[in-house]
Write a protein that binds this ligand. Sequence first.
Ligand code: ADP
Ligand code: MG
Ligand code: MG
Length: 882
Amino acid sequence: MKNLLGGKGANLAEMSSIGVPVPPGFTITTEVCTEYNQVGPEKAVELIREEVEASIAEMEKIMGASFGSNENPLLVSVRSGARVSMPGMMDTVLNLGMNDEAVEGLTAKTGNARFAWDSYRRFVQMYGDVVLGMKPASKDEIDPFEKIMDAVKEEKGYVLDTEFTVEDLKELVTKFKKAVKEETSKDFPVDPWEQLWGAVMAVFDSWNNDRAKYYRRINKIPEEWGTAVNVQAMVFGNMGKNSATGVAFTRDAATGEDIFNGEYLVDAQGEDVVAGVRTPQQITLEGSRRWAKLQGISEDERAAKYPSLEEIMPEIYKELDRVQQKLEDHYRDMQDLEFTIQEGKLWMLQTRNGKRTGAAMVRIAVEMLEQGLIDEKEAIARQEPNKLDELLHPVFVQEELETTETVSKGLPASPGAATGQIVFFADEANKYENTILARIETSPEDLEGMNVANGILTARGGMTSHAAVVARGMGKCCVSGAGSIVIDYKKRTLTAGDVTFKEGDWISLNGSTGEVYKDAVKTKDPELSGDFAKIMELADKLATMAVRTNADTPHDAQKAREFGAKGIGLCRTEHMFFGEAKIKAMREMILSEDEKGRRKALDKLLPLQREDFEGIFTAMKDLPVTVRLLDPPLHEFVPHEIKQQEELAKEMGISVKKIQDKIESLYEMNPMLGHRGCRLGNTYPEITEMQSRAIIEAALNLKEKGIVAKPEIMIPLVGTLAEMKMQEEIVRKTVEAVFAERNDRIDYLVGTMIETPRAALTANEIAESAEFFSFGTNDLTQMTFGYSRDDSGKFLPIYLQKGILKNDPFQVLDQAGVGQLVEMGTKKGRQTNPNLKVGICGEHGGEPSSVEFCHRVGMNYVSCSPFRVPIARLAAAQASIK
Ligand code: ADP
Ligand code: MG
Ligand code: MG
């Protein structure tokens, strides 16, 4: 029904059929809009003229009124409404059918000239704006009608619209019409039929206004859907003290609490409540008291000045309460309602499933499940995985935000709320207890500092910049690319507009909106228990695919476990090398002349790595941990600053020149495709030996303490079976040697990452030597598209804007291309080894549509950063009930 009638039209029809009072009307279908877009207005009108005329005649009969009549005029609203709600994006015209005769008729019928002329004034204004295109001339100018109203107000010394007299309103109507004539060189249409067709076409046109187009683009709503048009008899909330209009929710849209709530205004029409011209009042007495408390208004003042609907119209309130319950029970979801009270009679004008926060989404589903309104599958299906994100990070205390100053805005790179004292250098991130690291941009060397800081702010870089990706991985709040800030490393200042911050000044970041605030704003921890835990439990019950995490430290591993990870799918050993002692030994290894020198340095690294593994295995006890052997190009580890080079030279007993020469020799034209991955282990087998030994010795040490470690050793960047085989042999030989030395053994696996197209194409061969595959979709995407992720900032944003790409393939798995390789690799691998364990460990492992794809191709697990684990668990459950 919604496809044809639009959401609004379908729900109006449905409300009416279940006995809820709805003003009579009819709906022109979305198909007509599509037709209109193709054949143009004249033909579209011909198509529906007869039916529309018959429907209006029917409405006239029901209402006992007639279109354009000077005794008893029928007035209608012409309302847009697409399949899914696009709030405020398209247009609506109220009070249509008004002209100089109808206004007299309405005055005579109601005995209320002020009301009649107020309605007329509103109609000319809305029709002028929506149908005749009377818009502000430029973006810093105000609406032409508002301008006229302001002038009259000033002349008469009025403050509020409600002060206009009947004579003033008449004058406004005349002036409005004159402005229309001047602007469009046409008279304002007096014939109701002309008005009606004009409004219908304008609503169709509003489907293609810029706002609506943009909204469709970001919400991925197809262009071809079109909007329906609802023509409905007007009911009036502006007929005096006994009339009102309002908006209500059947549950709290912010918290999810099962409490009826909403706002209303006496003697008002349509959108006055939302527009904020007057302070709206609360519908329920309880809501009104809560509101007054927040506002610091005494009970006496509240009751006198801002009474609830429950107090002033108790009978109507009771009816409204019955209707809201009926609608919620009928739709089995939280409803967002519009209603109008005309002279003591309640009319419902709209109902739809209400938009809500992540917290409300979870709570409402859990409570509706408990209340027996929905079943388990429905409760899971109703969760938007990405919205869970809001629940996983510390949040600002809302009331605090209302009094803080926003100094800049960047990209909401990683959600959350962070407050701290500004530092400009990663190695000073622990200078204060709470810090915000502010950088022009970040680099891998800043990792430790980023980890220490509460939040990260960068002046440059996008959503896939280093800072953004790393911060999301850490679940750390980050605002990136705040272009309006200027950072001066020398002076240690950050300037945003006319505010200058020094090192140590307090600042706050809102990673969910990209806002940067002055001073410290209070935050609170998210709630992960209660309803959230219930939803997660349910998700695990319904999912068939496991969720692991990408974690390189015991801390991350622990966090991920709390979030429900069933193991580690990717532990990157290189991050371990950035610690103070390790980086020195690592550099010594890299800069050594020969194998002997390398082995000497590796001997220093062995105990350090072993200790790291013990930490991670302990945190993940009883669960599998996939450890990837060294992967990045070696030059990423060498010192580029002269001071560090000198230090290293001294330590190694060689000249600075020698160090510099070696660094020079490590330079690569294209490091991403250079000496990295298993190419390191195959050219320098001693690295693989050391790492395998560290892993297995750690596991055996823990076994003595009664802790079960389940290591899975993963060879990176394999392209041929021979490459894999050579690494596998080194690993197994080393492991067997350790087993012999210790006279003990454990279970372990050897497998590979599938991240080159050739590996996917020859997966049947590679599976001969691998016990598991983990699709490394970051590199696989780079190599399949031939895009360097690090350089994609130059063209990806433009590609997305121009629609060449629908999504950033580094965020959303490209199912049509890269996905083929994943599917083929999985199939071919299992042809050789039916027990092959298959998973994914790229950024995509935490992205809902990609998780669904992984489920479809039959993966055993997905792996993602700790903070994405709950989202992936939910996505896995949704995939399995689809
Ligand atoms: P939107 O989709 O932007 O909310 P609507 O079509 O719902 O636009 O209408 C805008 C406002 O006008 C709403 O407050 C609605 O309740 C009110 N309205 C629409 N049709 C009527 C009507 N027939 N009688 C009284 N008020 C109406
Ligand atoms: Mg309720
Ligand atoms: Mg509406």
